[in-house]
Design a protein around this ligand. Structure first.
Ligand code: GCV
Length: 718
């Protein structure tokens, strides 16, 4: 015991004195437990490991446990073959472990399903043991990560009664990674997939990526951009993909690819890609067979079709269902799925882009094969800082819908702004669609319980790249983490997610945890305030989407900002009521009625649904103009609050990450001011009203903001 404490002391000493924390370890830092009482509790409760099973998944789970406990408890916990004393952790399935088979766990395991697990204190031959049991080795692995999380977050392990199973079946990251290693909307360096070196060399990073994903329950990865390149489907590339799949497999992660709809022409030398042409269908069948020869557990295809210039079935006057079903038939014999994106809008720019996906897809409900999911962005436009939930949720009862959330911060300050996205995800997942009457949140649509779908899924557009800390901003790791946790359980709260992430990533000191949690939980609303308050949307600069561009009025109409804010001398906002584009009609009652009237419409979506006069009185008693100015200003002031809260956290954070975040917050304040001042000055040209008292006045003229060029933002091409 004395030796254990000595080792622990030495490790704490080295960790704090080195002060080098580059973020590579993410939330899997396994910091030594410094609370002596807690450490004694863990040491008393854990004396040996009995991992049963021979698969590589069990092997990695047992290594993870061993390594994690070693650094956290300061001692090597031996692998044992018998339960001869108290405190053995027995991990396995009823098939692999006689002990687990002998305990009465049948009902609990039945509920755990394929990937779930249970963690219990139990007794075997009068000895106290801890059970981590599942129906599969993958389930055991997930249970191990959960158990380690308990220790990482300093929880007691004396009364364990955990039963956990994922509420969605397919939980995947979508990488918008191109074959030249650039990443569309990526702000964390190059793509992780080094195609030049594959398949011969598969570096350690692939494994670390898989491990991090497995630790939060992610079980799939779409490797390539939805703006797809057909080359990925050629034999040489499939071999490279297979090499990645081999690394991911033990972590229960399947690979998926994006399918370019015109691939039969581009790489198959056919004359057409018409989905109803038998030659085309046959080409895809053969292509699927070829892929499955290399990768027997290949997950399937993700498709962006007839959207933003991508080819698709409509090029041949066929429907999205025709296209999706043809691909679904190709992968079905192998157990694959097709995720068909609903992010479509017409090149001809009709009245309201927000309505188009619904109009296109609702008539197709019931027309898709069983192995097709429709992938729907959280809101009807495009990953804005705030959008109402997408009206498709609940509107296609015969078709499984999966949400697509954006983890990369395309419209939320890239990897520069501290914006914790769990509140945004949670807001969508908890929104009541009323599809099955009151109490039908989006989460219930996507977890399959509303319409009895077995095939369920959730996708997150990755923010990961090859920079050392994976995501650029140290806090952006939390968005990856939050996505994984919510894909496993869409009913989790942002607060709980933030709590565990902070404890694992930074510190368990309660004072710091509470302070940083508040920063994180407020951060999304802060960004909304300095970017797009009161329901404004898509007023970012065209192209990079980083800074403000409400003045953008050139180019394709629905890519301009003026199309969305519609500011004029009377007021501002997009009228989507029955008197306007009538987008409200796409929502179930009473949601549509609530959105229809200014008096009942949530103020944070007011300008999404209404064109509102500048002098309209808000619930605060202030006019719209004054309130808008106030929100912009409070956004900036809140970034200063973030800075000061971070300053107070200094003593709890390693130097390297502390300084990095501090420097990023300086940029964030500068950018928030550019947003505030640029937008206020621009909208003032319509409102013709003075900037209210108490609000900082812009330092420069509108012209300055309109011409501002960033020189220090990742992902902005110069
Ligand atoms: C991958 C937005 C982004 C595009 C992205 C597209 C999509 O328009 O700006 O970069 O393309 O969404 O989700 O397909």
């Amino acid at each position: 015991m004395v030796r254990r404490y000595f080792i622990l002391f030495i490790s704490i000493f080295f960790i704090t004195s080195l002060n080098a924390e580059d973020g590579y370890k993410l939330w899997l830092r396994y910091e030594p437990v410094s609370d002596i009482q807690l450490l004694a509790h863990y040491n008393k409760s854990i004396s040996g490991l009995m991992f049963e099973g021979t698969s590589s998944t069990i092997k990695l789970a047992s290594e993870e446990m061993k390594a994690g406990l070693k650094t956290m408890l300061g001692a090597e916990i031996p692998q044992v073959s018998y339960v001869r004393k108290n405190g053995i952790i027995v991990a396995g399935t009823p098939e692999s472990s006689k002990i687990i088979a002998s305990l009465k766990l049948k009902d609990k395991l039945a509920k755990a399903g394929d990937e779930g697990y249970i963690i219990l204190n139990s007794k075997y031959r009068h000895r106290r043991i801890i059970i981590i049991a599942a129906n599969s080795d993958a389930g055991v692995m997930y249970g191990v990560f959960h158990f380690l999380r308990l220790i990482q977050t300093h929880q007691s392990i004396s009364v364990l009664a955990i039963e956990s199973s994922p509420k969605t079946k397919v939980r995947l990251l979508n990488h918008w990674d191109n074959l030249n290693r650039s990443v569309e909307r990526g702000y964390a360096g190059l793509s992780l997939w080094n195609w030049d070196k594959l398949p011969d060399s598969v570096g350690q990073r692939y494994k670390d990526y898989a491990r991090a994903n497995a630790s939060i329950g992610i079980n799939g990865s779409v490797l390539t951009n939805v703006n797809a390149n057909a080359l990925i489907l050629t034999k040489d590339y499939i071999a490279k993909v297979a090499a990645i799949a081999n690394v991911f497999r033990p972590y229960n992660i399947k690979v998926y690819l994006t399918a370019r709809f015109s691939a039969p022409i581009e790489i198959g030398k056919l004359k057409t890609a018409d989905p109803l042409d038998p030659e085309v269908a046959d080409w895809w069948k053969k292509k699927a067979d070829e892929i499955y020869e290399f990768i027997p557990d290949f997950g399937g295809f993700l498709v962006k079709a007839n959207s933003e210039g991508q080819p698709g079935p409509q090029n041949y006057n066929r429907s999205h269902a025709d296209g999706a079903d043809m691909l679904a038939d190709a992968v079905a014999p192998h157990g694959g799925i097709v995720m068909w994106r609903a992010f479509v809008y017409d090149n001809n720019v009709p009245d309201d882009r927000a309505k188009q996906a619904y109009n296109e897809f609702v008539p197709l409900d019931g027309k898709f094969r069983k192995n097709v999911l429709i992938q729907v962005k959280n809101g009807p436009i495009d990953f804005q800082p705030r959008e109402p939930f997408h009206p498709l949720f609940g509107a296609m009862p015969k078709t499984p819908l999966m949400p697509e959330l954006q983890i990369t911060q395309e419209y939320l300050g890239s990897s520069v702004h501290l914006v914790f996205l769990a509140p945004l995800y949670e807001e969508c997942l908890k929104s009541d669609t009323y599809a099955g009457g009151r109490g039908t949140p989006v989460a219930k649509v996507i977890d399959g319980t509303l319409d009895d779908h077995e095939l369920t899924a959730m996708a997150g557009v990755s923010n990961i790249g090859n920079v050392r800390n994976w995501t650029g901003h140290p806090f952006a790791q939390a968005n990856w983490y939050a996505f994984g946790r919510l894909a496993w359980d869409p009913y989790m709260t942002s607060s709980d997610i933030a709590d565990e992430w902070i404890r694992m990533t930074f510190t368990n000191r309660n004072e710091a945890v509470e302070r940083i949690k508040k920063m994180m939980l407020d951060s999304r609303e802060i960004a909304v305030n300095y970017m797009t308050p009161l329901g404004l949307h898509h007023i970012m600069y065209s192209g990079h989407h980083y800074g403000p561009g409400p003045w953008v009025d050139r180019g394709r109409k629905d890519w301009t900002a003026v199309y969305y804010h519609r500011a004029d001398s009377v007021g501002i906002g997009f009228d989507r009521t029955s008197k306007g584009s009538d987008a409200v009609a796409q929502y179930f009652k009473p949601v549509r009625d609530i959105f229809e009237k200014t008096e009942t419409c949530p103020e944070n979506l007011l300008l999404w649904f209404h064109h509102v006069p500048w002098d309209y009185k808000l619930r605060s008693g202030r006019t719209l103009w004054d309130e808008m100015c106030l929100r912009y200003d409070s956004g900036v002031k809140s970034v200063r609050w973030l800075q000061s809260e971070w300053g107070k956290s200094k003593e709890f954070i390693d130097n390297e990450r502390y300084e990095e975040v501090k420097a990023l917050l300086v940029k964030q304040e500068r950018d928030a001011k550019i947003w505030r001042d640029g937008c206020i000055l621009y909208f003032q040209t319509f409102s013709k009203r003075p900037i209210p008292d108490g609000i900082e006045k812009p330092e420069k003229s509108l012209d300055f903001y309109e011409n501002y060029r960033y020189t220090d933002i990742p992902g902005i091409s110069r």
